[in-house]
Design a binder for this molecule. Structure first.
Ligand code: GLU
Length: 279
């Protein structure tokens, strides 16, 4: 009886030792970091056609998705090692601070306020704030919005710019994603949607909306898209910048632009130079 107890106790100790050893060596392999069985988590948008879209079959498409996939490859991760995570406009800084994702490629404009909380690689695209209205609407400029129901997204530069400069007297509704604003425009709940022209063009070109909406074409701001990284992670910023430079020089950037913006007939700006912000 006594003997059996001792045996059982040593069996437990032995089991714990084996488990601890297994864990230790597993961790060592993972910290090798250049690929292997590792996964990388990347934040994208899920509801922005042409930029970041989760399709009904669970796959992803868009310019941001292609940029993210290219960058991840340069960092040593194959497409099947990428885990995309939805990062809505208002969640991006917190997602990086918490370490939920390694980086964010989600129509994320570089600005001084955000730079206090996160670091940015890039820019990798220059877009401009614009308005999307019903095809028959007579809204054609920013000041037409005063007194009108305007939709944008919480935590976006688009909503901030409306308050600050474009139309402080507009009746601004802030939703959590642009797809909700577009639904509101279609139903008549709002008179206009405002955000980057790149995003609005992607929605307007969807089969289900064909002929229903028009872009005002106003270039109300400069939106320099950066890749957000946790504050202080300079090593990752540098690696991403090198990857972005390569993406432009080997023609992959242009190919991704054609593939993703071509169907929306979006006239993009040329590839920005790394570190060069258009104010
Ligand atoms: N590019 C703007 C921003 O970073 C608007 C698009 C978005 O909300 O993602 O806020």
């Amino acid at each position: 009886m006594k003997l059996r107890k001792v045996t059982a106790a040593s069996a437990v100790v032995l089991a714990l030792t084996v488990t601890a050893t297994a864990c230790g060596s597993g961790n060592k392999n993972e910290s090798g970091s250049s690929g292997g069985g590792n996964k990388i988590k990347i934040g994208i948008k899920y509801d922005q056609p042409g930029l970041g879209l989760k399709k009904p079959d669970g796959t992803f498409s868009g310019f941001d998705v292609d940029v993210a996939t290219y960058v991840a490859k340069q960092l040593g991760y194959k497409p099947d090692q990428i885990q995309f995570v939805e990062t809505k406009s208002a969640d991006r800084e917190n997602a990086l601070a918490r370490g939920d994702v390694k980086f964010i490629v989600a129509t994320y404009s570089i600005n001084d306020k955000r730079k206090q909380k996160v670091d940015f690689a890039g820019p990798y695209l220059l877009a401009h704030q614009d308005l999307l209205v019903k095809a028959k609407s007579d809204i054609s400029k920013g000041t037409d919005l005063n007194g009108k129901k305007l939709c944008s997204v919480t935590g976006s530069t688009s909503a901030q710019n409306v308050h600050d400069t474009i139309a402080p007297k507009a009746n601004l509704r802030q939703y959590s994603g642009y797809s909700e604003c577009i639904a509101g425009l279609q139903s008549g709940a709002v008179d206009a949607v405002t955000t980057d022209d790149s995003i609005l063009a992607g929605f307007a070109s969807q089969d289900k909306y064909k002929g229903q909406f028009k872009l005002a074409g106003l270039k109300l701001s400069n939106e320099n898209y950066g890749i957000g990284v946790k504050k202080g992670d300079t090593a990752t910023v540098n690696k991403i910048n090198a990857a972005l430079e390569k993406m432009v020089s080997d023609g992959s950037w242009e190919a991704a632009v054609k593939k993703n913006f071509g169907p929306a007939d979006y006239k993009n700006e040329p590839a920005p130079k790394i570190g060069q912000i258009v104010k």
